[in-house]
Write a new protein. Structure first.
Length: 359
């Protein structure tokens, strides 16, 4: 018998495509329309590093959503988008004010500080949202050489706790930050879910509210990979293209990032996916509320549900469905829905929760 040939390249499936969990919308695969767009962009030669037709067309699409001054800089991932964006808004001695729960503070391995070389000034927030008053807890000391200089405010929409800022709330933050000579960055990894829930345009709480720079998410809403930095206020940003390259976020075959964002944004795929994920989260929350002993911790405004339940129940339930503790000591968990979460997925999970709570 001949030994296995290590050079064989025939692919085979290694997972059950019917299995879904509630750990993260990153667990979902790519939307079929995204895969079709990638195939469409394949073949032939296109100029590398963003000089391709797809990246050029993406600029027009982005301007249609975010205004005539908007410019998109596609990158590989959300951490890269945030780190490059925050570098563009700060000097070497600069600092960024953010919520203590912000993704840039707790989930990016220190990348903004270690790779971006900036200081994060955090503020505790009960609901994940900053306010002008909360910003003022860190907005001081611009002339103090012993303190990192606050130069930017970073907010997240929707927040890490699944809550939403209204356009007016973001406008108040922007007005307050600009009055202090600071700029505003919006981490929009789930910006589509926010717009879908608020039933408004993405521009309403970004460009029109005064946001200077946006990290535009794609991966959590059906893309295979890829995000973009959106420069909404060119006057506030310097050297973006150089920072993107310096930070190892310049894709050589950029057309394959851009075409995914084009597929999401050119039509209504971004909105369809987000509305569905949000609807599944609402269905999940309604089912969970009917289970005695389970507490929902925050308003369910996007595609995430945060709850508190007994520790032993969580551990048993995790053997049946994937999801994470949010605060293990308190018994808090997070359940996320995605564009491909089904009603049957939600109902099966709620039934399993009821069973485990009854044990």
């Amino acid at each position: 018998m001949n030994p296995p040939n290590p050079a064989r390249t025939d692919a085979r499936r290694h997972h059950d495509p019917e299995v879904r969990g509630f750990a993260s919308d990153n667990y979902a695969g790519a939307h079929p329309e995204i895969l079709a767009a990638l195939a469409l962009a394949n073949g032939g030669h296109q100029v590398a590093y963003g000089g391709d037709d797809y990246t050029e067309n993406l600029q027009e699409i982005v301007r249609g959503h975010f205004g005539p001054r908007a410019e998109a800089f596609p990158v590989f991932n959300g951490t890269g988008a945030n780190v490059v964006a925050l570098q563009a808004l700060t000097d070497r001695w600069g600092a960024v004010i953010c919520a203590e729960s912000a993704h840039i503070n707790v989930d990016e391995g220190g990348a903004p500080e270690r790779m971006g070389g900036l200081k994060l000034l955090t503020v505790p927030t009960p609901d994940g949202k900053l306010t002008p008053d909360l910003i003022d807890r860190q907005a001081y000391g611009w002339d103090d050489e012993h303190r990192a200089m606050p130069q930017a405010v970073s907010i997240t929409q929707s927040t890490e706790l699944g809550t939403l800022y209204t356009p007016d709330e973001i406008r108040a933050i922007c007005d307050h930050a600009h009055a202090h000579g600071m700029t505003v960055h919006l981490d929009g990894s789930r910006i589509s879910n926010a717009a879908a829930s608020l039933d408004t345009t993405m521009a309403a709480f970004t460009t029109e509210a005064g946001v200077d720079l946006v990290s535009l998410g794609g991966t959590k809403n059906g893309a295979l990979f890829g995000e973009a930095i959106l420069v909404l206020n060119p006057d506030a940003v310097r050297h973006m293209k150089h920072l993107r390259k310096l930070s190892m976020q310049l894709a050589s075959k950029m057309r394959f990032v851009s075409v995914q964002l084009e597929a999401l944004l050119a039509g209504d795929l971004w909105l369809r996916n987000a509305r569905h994920a949000n609807a599944m989260a609402r269905r999940l929350a309604e089912g969970v509320r009917a289970v005695p002993g389970v507490e929902i911790l925050h308003p369910v405004q996007a595609n995430g549900v945060f709850a508190r339940l007994p520790h032993d129940v969580t551990e048993r339930l995790q053997k049946r469905f994937r999801f994470y503790f949010w605060d293990e000591a308190a018994g808090d968990v997070r359940w996320m829905c995605a564009f491909d979460t089904t009603e049957d997925d939600v109902d099966a999970f709620v039934a399993a929760l009821k069973e485990e709570m009854a044990r």
